[in-house]
Write a protein that binds this ligand. Structure first.
Ligand SMILES: [Zn+2]
Length: 476
């Protein structure tokens, strides 16, 4: 295996978060009944003319800047021709020799180009009556705005490919340009894969693997394809340049069609749209709208809040989660405790309730509530153990912690008289153990502490219980 090196490039399609399509005002909503969101433009009816959606361009520019690309002042729309039932016009409006942006990066992987294009419709092969006889077409997706992000062939393993895709997803989500939902197809990935003998500078013949719609499958599809190509070369066969489809059921790639060359598509400039001009103001506005990127935020968390690299990584998994953390810190003044609560109890409760970490606005617990809870523990008003109970109650009821503590009488018991009463009761109930303790079996001390704490429902102040017990047992 080590005699060969894999060379991988990714082509990712990301759906831009607009309300309407790229060239018409139809809705982009996912999951609507088939063909509900269509019009003459996105159905490709004769004579219908495209009108560019400016907000799609603004999002694409933002994505390009977030991926460190140079945005071209002038880019050109082009028609890419191919026949497919879900492409009623017979061509797709995209960008070809003059794309929106070039020369960016995702970590150490270079981005060759980013261009804007419209999506095609969907062919549905199952789930309808007579599915065995017919293919059904849904044009709701037809004309939805995409950006295609093409990486340079800088990736050398499936691990690196997964890492690159994860970073891309995270950046697009942080920028709020794409929801990154791979199950719904708003982020899709194709991989160009070839192998060459280790040390060889020339690239081998590559195949393009399409239809990889999860991280797990990116890894499996690339690994399968690399092995397949090495085996072919080892047995003296030739790797054929072609497009292959990843089949997630058989976990194999299968030949789909010979690889098209650009000239097969008969690209030409789109005559119905003028060139796309991006002025300096548009770029500056987009630049201004870019908030801190995940990598920078992680570094700042480590620096400013003295978090470990691991904690910073977990807390920046989504922008919503890292915002939640920072607001909790502002409210509590306790970064380390805020991190512990969020990484432990909050994430667990989100997991249990199926809460999406990309949108915590509907979470029952707000940063202000968690901050208040942390302060209650810090000021000694409640014990750490009680805090867990209060947290559970918060997630159930959405009530603020102080109200829960008040309502359920959970305040810490630090009144000396009250503690003395508890100590008296425990010693009276365990007179024999007290005798043994006084006779030298001092190991029983922990037992008394445990009983008093239990009796107080975990609310007694442990250090005060300790003092009161020592006095009592010493017979003072
Ligand atoms: Zn339409």
């Amino acid at each position: 295996m080590t005699r060969y090196e894999a060379v991988i490039g990714l082509e990712c399609h990301a759906q831009l978060l607009t309300h309407s399509k790229l060239f018409c005002s139809c809705s982009t909503r996912f999951g609507d009944p088939p063909n509900m969101n269509t019009c003459p433009v996105c159905l490709g009816l004769p004579g219908a003319l495209p009108v560019l959606n400016r907000s799609a361009v603004a999002l694409a520019v933002k994505a390009a800047l977030g991926l460190n690309c140079k945005v071209n002042a002038l880019s050109q729309w082009a028609r890419k021709h191919y026949f497919y039932p879900d492409l009623p016009k017979g061509y797709q409006i995209t960008q070809y020799d003059r794309p929106l942006a070039v020369d960016g990066s995702i970590g150490k992987v270079r981005v060759e180009r980013i261009h804007i294009e419209e999506d095609a419709g969907r062919s549905l092969h199952e789930g309808f009556p007579d599915s065995d006889k017919y293919t059904f077409l849904d044009f709701n997706r037809s004309g939805v705005p995409l950006i295609e992000i093409v990486s340079c062939p800088d990736i050398r393993s499936s691990d690196e490919a997964v890492d690159c895709l994860a970073r891309l997803k995270e950046i697009l989500e942080y920028l709020d340009v794409c929801d990154g939902n791979m199950e719904e197809g708003s982020l899709r990935c194709d991989a160009n894969v070839s192998v060459r003998p280790a040390g060889e500078a020339k690239f081998g013949t590559r195949t393009e693997v399409k239809n990889i719609n999860s991280f797990r499958f990116v890894r499996k599809a690339i690994d399968f394809e690399v092995h397949r190509q090495i085996e072919a070369i080892e047995s003296g066969e030739r790797v054929v340049q072609e497009t292959r489809l990843w089949n997630s059921n058989t976990e194999r790639t299968v030949s789909m069609r010979g690889k098209e060359e650009a000239h097969d598509y008969r690209y030409f400039p789109e005559p119905d749209l003028p060139p796309l001009l991006i002025d300096d103001d548009t770029v500056k506005n987009a630049q201004r709208s870019i908030t801190e990127m995940p990598e920078a935020r992680r570094e700042r968390f480590v620096r400013d809040y003295a978090l470990s690299g691991y904690d910073a990584q977990v807390l920046t998994a989504t922008r919503a989660l890292s915002d939640f953390f920072e607001e909790t810190v502002r409210s509590s003044g306790q970064p380390k405790l805020a991190a512990n609560w969020i990484m432990g109890d909050l994430l667990r409760s989100c997991k249990d309730s199926g809460q999406d970490l990309k949108d915590l606005s509907r979470s029952a617990v707000s940063p202000a509530m968690l901050g208040e809870l942390i302060r209650l523990v810090e000021t000694g008003a409640i014990s750490g153990k009680t805090a867990k109970t209060v947290f559970d109650e918060m997630t159930r009821t959405g009530k603020p912690p102080a109200a829960i503590v008040e309502e359920k009488g959970l305040f810490r018991i630090s009144d000396p008289d009250e503690i003395e009463r508890l100590v008296d009761r425990v010693t009276a109930e365990n007179a024999k153990t007290v005798e043994q303790y006084r006779a030298g079996k001092t190991g029983a001390f922990g037992f008394f502490v445990g009983r008093v704490m239990e009796l107080s429902g975990g609310r007694a102040d442990p250090s005060k219980v300790d003092d009161a017990l020592r006095k009592k047992l010493a017979g003072r």
